[in-house]
Write a protein that binds this ligand. Structure first.
Ligand code: ADP
Ligand code: MG
Length: 242
């Protein structure tokens, strides 16, 4: 496996009320192609900020970020993102929500619809193409967001607490669905959460962050099959802050 994303010695500060706030200090991480990595840390430690930088929405003041060995200057469809809120267009059908990005890139409706139907089936929403977002449950909306993000066939998918607003049962189902879609596609995944059990269930590798300033303090590779070992993680330094 070769590294697809390299975050090298990134430091980021915001100025607030004339005070400098160091949000991230000397953060380095890399994602190998096809890896499923979870970034785990307490609220406010800078997880979303890291994702936003990899997506290309924010730039670091120090350090650099490489994608496939090259620097980049903004967002690109090869780096897809899924947020806690599904952010669907309320006036578009499920199908049109999913194909919106591809259509904007000039792909024909026939081709875009065909690809979208494959993805809707994969996320268990076959037969819901003509539904409006308001007719769907929270979990179903997030499945639409998943299909939409995956449709352009991104090389890396960045997920920012995507299941944070869902009830426990739906959340577990979505976690299973995500792992299975990942297995089928081989997409590189960076998944952000503050939930230890979620991290243990999903990750092949967990990066643990601490806050003020945000730093990666530990990396663990849980020794698991599907049975995830919460004790192993509880031993890791930095765990108590989560
Ligand atoms: P997390 O996703 O881990 O909860 P964030 O990345 O959203 O954390 O935020 C990390 C820190 O950076 C927080 O203290 C937040 O208040 C601060 N922050 C984020 N964006 C800005 C901004 N645009 N201006 C000032 N402070 C910000
Ligand atoms: Mg966040």
């Amino acid at each position: 496996m070769t590294d697809y994303i390299d975050v090298e010695h990134v430091t980021l500060r915001f100025t607030e009320k004339q005070r400098q706030l160091t949000v991230l200090e000397d953060v380095s991480l890399s994602l190998a192609r096809g890896e499923f990595v979870v970034l785990l840390g307490p609220s406010g430690c800078g997880k979303s900020t890291i994702l936003n930088m990899i997506a290309g929405f924010t730039r670091p003041q120090q350090g650099r970020i490489l994608c496939d060995g090259r620097a980049f200057s903004g967002p690109h469809p090869s780096r897809g993102m899924i947020f806690q809120q599904p952010n669907l267009f309320p006036w578009l059908s499920v199908l049109d929500n999913v194909t919106f990005g591809l259509r904007m890139q000039g792909q024909s409706k026939t081709e875009a619809d065909k690809r979208a139907l494959t993805w809707l089936k994969r996320v268990g929403l076959e037969g819901f193409e003509r539904h409006a977002p308001w007719q769907l449950s929270g979990g179903m909306k997030q499945r639409v967001a998943m299909a939409r993000a995956w449709l352009p066939d991104p090389a890396v998918l960045l997920l920012d607490e995507p299941f944070g607003a869902l009830d426990a049962q739906t959340r577990m189902m979505m976690q299973e669905l995500l792992r299975s879609a990942w297995r089928q596609t081989g997409t590189t995944i960076l998944f952000v959460t503050h939930d230890v059990e979620e991290a243990l269930f999903l990750a092949d590798r967990i990066l643990i962050m601490s806050a003020r300033p945000g730093k990666i303090v530990e990396e663990v590779r849980p020794p698991f099959g599907p049975e995830r070992d919460i004790e192993a993680l509880a031993q890791a330094p930095g765990y108590s802050e989560i």
